[in-house]
Ligand binder design. Structure first.
Ligand code: SP5
Ligand code: ZN
Length: 342
């Protein structure tokens, strides 16, 4: 399986994440990707290519123009206002306030376009987010040209980003862009299966009312886990999208038995629906030692999960999402890819 990877991800390296009231080195850090690259090479998956330049057209189709303009210019504006540190949201529109009036002040704009203050923007964030999307697009191109599957080693990740909000370490929803491009290239029904520990709120949101893209997510229950305000089982889609949003929230301590049962249920529904292309939001933070998550998967379980996904025999693009137990991120990610190929 070919991997698409851009070293430009390194341009996104904020120094600070607000976690438990402290500034810590962000969990989502550049070295994550180095562990995955090393493991790919160690296992002989050494077909690793740089992506083609990003294609803005599908990104503009899916995302809000004001949001894209904000991401492109935020750092410059922030600095122009004389802000000393990285961009961190401090004021967000809350209950009882206007949700649709965009401030002119950069601090206000940041709050408008952000949903989670753990995610900082720094000078290279936009360039890195574009390189991440470029990896996803090239992986899609490779599969559209006939490959069974491809792996986009995306960083920063994407599944928490909506049409007009960043957060959860995500800026451009790479998996959603791939799904849209599968559609544009003629796939009638595209399924997105999100196995990251966190609910893929951005992806759900982008396709909630659509009947051409099914979204299924296995994640920590929102009562207990970020993103807290979306991801309940009763969110099933709306309008013609009704029935095509499948949430599998699971409680703290969930192990592979219950997790794999949810995975099989999602796979069964994707198959029954008749998907002709598949996008995997490949987070490995369901791992037992992940520092910010609470499922209990072992490394071997990721191989088994990959095998189950592979049995669908669909053209598949894997987009890297989360996973923060850094040394194990490479092993667990590559285990999914190897299981898929078996
Ligand atoms: C792509 C992805 O996996 N995003 C995850 C975003 C998680 N945001 C919340 C982080 C909360 C960190 N608090 C950690 C406390 C550790 N004791
Ligand atoms: Zn995650």
């Amino acid at each position: 399986m070919r991997t698409f990877y851009s070293e430009d991800h390194r341009l996104h390296f904020p120094q600070a994440e607000l976690s438990g009231g402290e500034f810590v080195t962000p969990f989502e850090r550049p070295s994550r990707v180095e562990y995955v690259l090393n493991r790919l090479r160690e296992r002989g998956l050494s077909d690793i290519m740089a992506p083609r330049p990003v294609d803005m057209a599908p990104i503009r189709t899916l995302l809000d123009p004001g949001y894209l303009c904000f991401l492109e210019t935020a750092w410059e504006e922030w600095k122009r206002e004389g802000m000393a540190g990285e961009i961190i949201a401090a004021n967000v529109p809350a209950r009882g306030m206007h949700l649709d009036r965009i401030p002119t002040n950069i601090d206000g704009k940041v709050g408008y376009y952000c949903h989670a203050s753990e995610t900082a923007i720094t000078s290279g964030t936009w360039a890195a987010a574009l390189s991440s999307a470029a990896c996803a697009q090239s992986a899609l191109g490779h599969v559209a040209a006939g490959a069974d599957a491809a792996f986009a080693l995306c960083r920063p990740p994407g599944h928490h980003a909506t049409a007009d909000q960043y957060g959860g370490y995500c800026f451009i929803n790479n998996a959603a862009v791939v799904a849209q491009m599968f559609r544009d290239k003629g796939a009638a029904r595209v399924a997105i299966l999100d196995i990251d520990f966190h609910h893929g709120n951005g992806t759900q949101n982008l396709f909630y009312d659509r009947d051409d893209v099914l979204f299924a997510s296995l994640h920590g229950a929102p009562q207990e886990a970020y993103p807290y305000f979306l991801g309940y089982a009763d969110e099933t889609g709306i309008g013609k999208g009704d029935g095509l949003n499948l949430n599998y929230p699971m409680t703290a301590g969930t192990g592979y038995g219950a997790w794999a049962a949810a995975l099989d249920d999602a796979i069964g529904k994707i198959t029954a629906w008749g998907a002709d292309a598949l996008v995997i939001s490949l987070g490995v933070d369901a791992y037992k030692d992940d520092p910010i998550s609470f499922f209990k998967l072992d490394s071997d379980d990721f191989t088994n999960a990959g095998r189950r996904i592979g049995r669908m025999k669909l053209p598949t693009v894997f987009c890297m999402e989360g996973g923060y137990a850094i040394e194990a991120v490479g092993i667990n990610t590559v285990n999914v890819l190897e299981g898929f190929k078996d």
